[in-house]
Write a protein that binds this ligand. Structure first.
Ligand SMILES: [Fe+2]
Ligand SMILES: [Fe+2]
Length: 262
């Protein structure tokens, strides 16, 4: 059920796409016609992704040297190429859709940071950065780092954000942006699968595993009200199913997988 590293590398090569090849100009024109509340929700989500994708591309660097074998290291490298592509796409979204001023990606990111939820900035700019710094000096932190990066941030926080974006874009008002989000979501699915594969190999400490469910619920709150309750429940249920599927959690009969209490 869970693939070997070489399958993830092959999948990454097959799925590659061009972040500069998606023409967002018609979507920019349509943006101004959207209802205000919808535009506000989309702004929060897109601004969050602008920051998050930049951070995950940066903070993935120490994972590759910490990998236990060359095949796994190669998959981290392929994932990093994906994250750079995502960061480039969302920089274009910042420019074209959100109208971020600035001559470079850094200044545009400063502009959109002010539009993103503060708890989300904290998760990606501080919590993830701390985990990556710890991993850079101590490769034995790999299980903890993958738990945060792949299972919580990608598997819960970004997955919920992608589903919310796709729901907001469902009517085809901004078709090229929607297509771009679908491509990102497709990449993120294998990233999470790869993280689970790594966790199987690393056999994390029971304390790490116990924290994961509750950590997912808490991290998901970082988006605030832009994530609808239905998406929240769906993503947390999926989080639990993944942990059960790789044996990280016992299957719990009758447990409210999307519920408030862990
Ligand atoms: Fe990404
Ligand atoms: Fe990713």
């Amino acid at each position: 059920m869970i693939s070997e590293p070489r399958h993830f590398a092959a999948l990454a090569a097959r799925l590659r796409w061009d972040a500069d090849g998606i023409d967002l100009s018609a979507d920019r024109r349509a943006w101004g016609t959207l209802e205000q509340g919808r535009r506000r929700r989309l702004t929060v989500l897109l601004a969050g992704f602008c920051v998050a994708e930049y951070q995950v591309a940066e903070e993935l660097t120490p994972f590759e040297p910490a990998a236990r074998d060359p095949a796994t290291a190669a998959v981290f490298a392929a994932q990093r190429a994906d994250e750079r592509r995502h960061a480039r796409l969302f920089d274009r979204v910042a420019m074209v859709i959100l109208g971020a001023p600035g001559a470079d990606a850094r200044s545009r990111r400063q502009f959109v940071r002010a539009l993103a939820p503060a708890p989300l900035l904290d998760l990606f700019e501080h919590e993830l950065a701390r985990a990556a710094s710890a991993l850079a000096v101590d490769p034995s932190c790999l299980a903890d780092s993958i738990s945060l990066y792949h299972l919580i941030l990608e598997g819960v926080v970004l997955t919920a954000g992608e589903l919310a974006l796709l729901s907001e874009l469902e009517d085809g008002s901004l078709p090229h942006l929607r297509q771009a989000i679908e491509l990102v979501e497709r990449d993120e699915r294998w990233h999470v699968g790869f993280g689970l594969r790594c966790m199987l190999d690393l056999r994390p400490a029971p304390a790490t595993v116990r924290r994961l469910l509750r950590a997912g619920e808490l991290a998901l709150q970082a988006w605030g009200a832009v994530i609808a309750p239905g998406i929240r429940s769906r993503v947390l249920a999926q989080h639990r199913r993944r942990l059960v599927a790789v044996g990280l959690l016992p299957a719990m009969r009758g447990h409210d997988v999307g519920g408030r209490a862990a």
